[in-house]
Design a protein around this ligand. Structure first.
Ligand code: F6R
Length: 595
């Protein structure tokens, strides 16, 4: 959902190669266009175009631009097609000012109309372009850059992180944010701004997190943050323990496959949160009559698993609500409700809006991967999942880290020591499943022909079916539907035809027999059944066309933590067969900061 970067160096080197390195790490946030603005010798230099970073670099040589300070942007189009004109940075009338923006300006049409009446000429179709024109207008009225930005944010509505440079105040970058992420890095060689930490890990790991409405001023002497009354704010500097290598492919072809392979560590590291989770439970226990999960996409599927766990283990009524639907159903919350927000990025706009509502009446807990993100700052309790940075757009290791936190939370809430101990075995089970990678690759190739897939699972395996279908859709562009296995006969069975692939998740446990009957139902209608089940399940091997086998020790209760791995791999390998880039699926971005 767009990424921005800014940097000012303490020495006189050119900043462009550093900007290039930083912004390349944010490509997962947007990949339809890229642009840089640097300042040197009384002018702003701009290079920008439509295309992926590498394409534009080859064409324009972005990393060769003069000046020790600059800003950069990768775009995920919302208003206006991907095109050179709509790419950021955007400038004012006289090109004395350049800005980059992540977010959406909701009232840009009214502002644009007013500015046009005042004589401003617009070149792009974007909402963003009103920002440089407004800053220009306020600077013409006598405001300095910082205060012109402050006046501008009084006029615009919506979500934004903005960084601006101006020839009138040449040796600084000013920035601000509301509802879009922005971090400030303090490095040895300079000062940095970025939408997310992987961009600057190589250069700075001491981080300041600006709050809504604060204005950040970077110059070669340091960073100053002003609140809305112009007072200097003494911001806490937090060190981030992620390393630059974590945001590199390290020999893998894609981030997605690297991150799938890191899942055992993501689980292991998240299990270290046990004591902290126990403290949260000690604090809220006795005061909770109902739990409500709120999330989107993959995080919603992790939440759905949470419902099955908490209701079956702890007997607390639990709902799961899509964050985008939350405001339409939030009126039954009260102070005995715990609302749990699951989010990889911690910046999803729908979840943040819901969190603000829930904070008014209920206890809130964020289960979040990105350190310092907005949900971690706004939720009353936080569990930090320990997956490390996830760069591939399709969530994999963060899903398993979320599940791990949810399992620990549910098991500790239910005082189920046996399950808590069982979780220690999960990292080994995951690695063991990954040993089957070549076999899964071979099977995936055979299913490459399909235009539609069904995924079936019951009980704990139902969210896994949904997640398998989502992974397939988002990176292979093949239509996939996840269903509760018993629900298929209530309509969708009509779609089952000769050769249609049906992936059936059938671990040992209470749901086994019924899921096997559903498998037979689709098989007898000609489906091509790919089953995921226990290695010693001979009946399954007889019934299904293909079986991916999993350690028989894993029953349906912990299966969600392991059975999803082959589903991720199937989606990955089919994507490669189709020649798509699994890390950058079309139309999607890693962090969705608009509602
Ligand atoms: C799918 C995926 C998305 C996210 C969703 C929520 O692979 O990554 O469906 O799960 O956009 O994002 P977070 O978890 O950052 O709130």
């Amino acid at each position: 959902m767009c990424g921005i970067v800014g940097c000012i160096l303490k020495n006189d080197e050119d900043v462009a190669p550093i900007l290039f390195n930083c912004i390349s790490k944010l490509e997962y946030r947007g990949y339809d266009s890229i642009g840089f603005a640097t300042y040197s010798e009384n002018r702003i230099h701009i290079k920008k175009d439509k295309g992926k970073i590498e394409e534009v670099e080859n064409k324009l040589n972005l990393s060769n631009m003069p000046g020790k300070l600059g800003i950069a942007h990768v775009r995920w189009a919302t208003h206006g097609d991907p095109s050179k004109l709509n790419s950021h940075p955007h400038v004012d009338e006289r090109k004395e000012l350049a800005i980059v923006h992540n977010g959406i300006i909701e009232n840009y049409l009214e502002i644009k109309e007013e500015l046009i009446k005042e004589g401003h000429v617009f070149k792009s179709d974007t909402d963003t372009e009103v920002i440089p024109h407004l800053i220009e207008k306020f600077m013409n009225e006598g405001f300095d850059l910082e205060h012109a930005l402050r006046e501008t944010i009084d006029v615009i509505h919506g979500a934004y992180s903005i960084a601006a440079i101006s020839t009138k105040e040449p040796n600084k970058i000013v920035a601000t944010r509301k509802d879009s992420p922005l971090i400030v890095g303090i490095g040895e060689n300079g000062y940095y701004l970025a939408s997310d930490s992987p961009a600057i890990l190589k250069y700075a790991r001491d981080i300041i997190y600006p709050e809504k409405g604060e204005i950040v001023i970077l110059d070669e002497n340091g960073v100053v943050v002003h609140d809305e009354f112009d007072n200097i704010v003494n911001k806490e500097i937090e060190s981030i323990n992620w390393t630059p290598e974590m945001a590199e492919k390290e020999g893998y072809d894609h981030f997605m496959i690297k991150e799938i392979n890191e899942q055992a560590s993501a689980v292991k590291n998240t299990l270290t949160q046990k004591e902290h989770i126990q403290e949260i439970i000690d604090d809220i226990e006795g005061n909770i009559q109902r739990i409500c999960f709120v999330a989107c996409g993959t995080s919603y599927h992790a939440s759905l698993t949470g419902k099955y766990l908490i209701e079956s283990l702890a007997g607390i009524p639990t709902d799961v609500i899509l964050a985008s639907e939350f405001k339409y159903s939030a009126n039954t919350l009260n102070d005995k409700t715990l609302v749990i927000f699951i989010s990889q990025s911690g910046e999803t706009a729908d979840s943040l809006k819901a969190l603000d509502i829930a904070n008014q009446t209920s206890k809130t807990l964020g289960i979040v991967n990105v350190v310092g993100s907005s949900i971690t700052r706004r939720a009353q309790y936080v569990i930090q999942t320990q997956a490390g940075p996830e760069i591939g757009v399709a969530a994999t290791k963060t899903y398993l880290a979320q599940l791990t936190a949810i399992y620990l939370f549910s098991a500790l809430l239910a005082k189920n020591e046996e399950l808590v101990n069982e979780l220690d075995k999960v990292p080994d089970f995951i690695d063991e499943t990954l040993e089957n990678i070549d076999f899964i690759k071979g099977i995936s190739k055979r299913y490459n022909y399909a235009r539609d897939f069904f995924y079936l699972g019951r009980g704990f395996s139902y969210p896994t079916a949904l997640e398998g279908a989502l992974k397939l859709k988002e990176i292979t562009y093949i239509h996939g539907e996840g269903y509760a296995a018993g629900e298929l006969k209530h309509g969708p069975l009509a779609l089952i035809d000769e050769g249609i692939p049906v992936v059936v998740i059938v671990p040992p446990g209470d749901s086994y027999r019924k899921t096997m009957s559903n498998l037979e139902e689709v098989k007898s209608r000609g489906a091509n059944v790919l089953a995921i089940g226990s290695a010693d399940d001979d009946a399954l091997k007889e019934q299904a066309d293909d079986v991916i086998t999993i350690n028989p020790e894993i029953d349906e209760l912990i299966a969600p933590l392991i059975y999803v791995v082959p589903l991720q791999l199937i989606a990955y390998f089919i994507t490669l067969e189709k020649g798509h880039d699994p890390d950058k699926p079309k139309n999607l971005a890693k962090c969705v900061t608009v509602e």
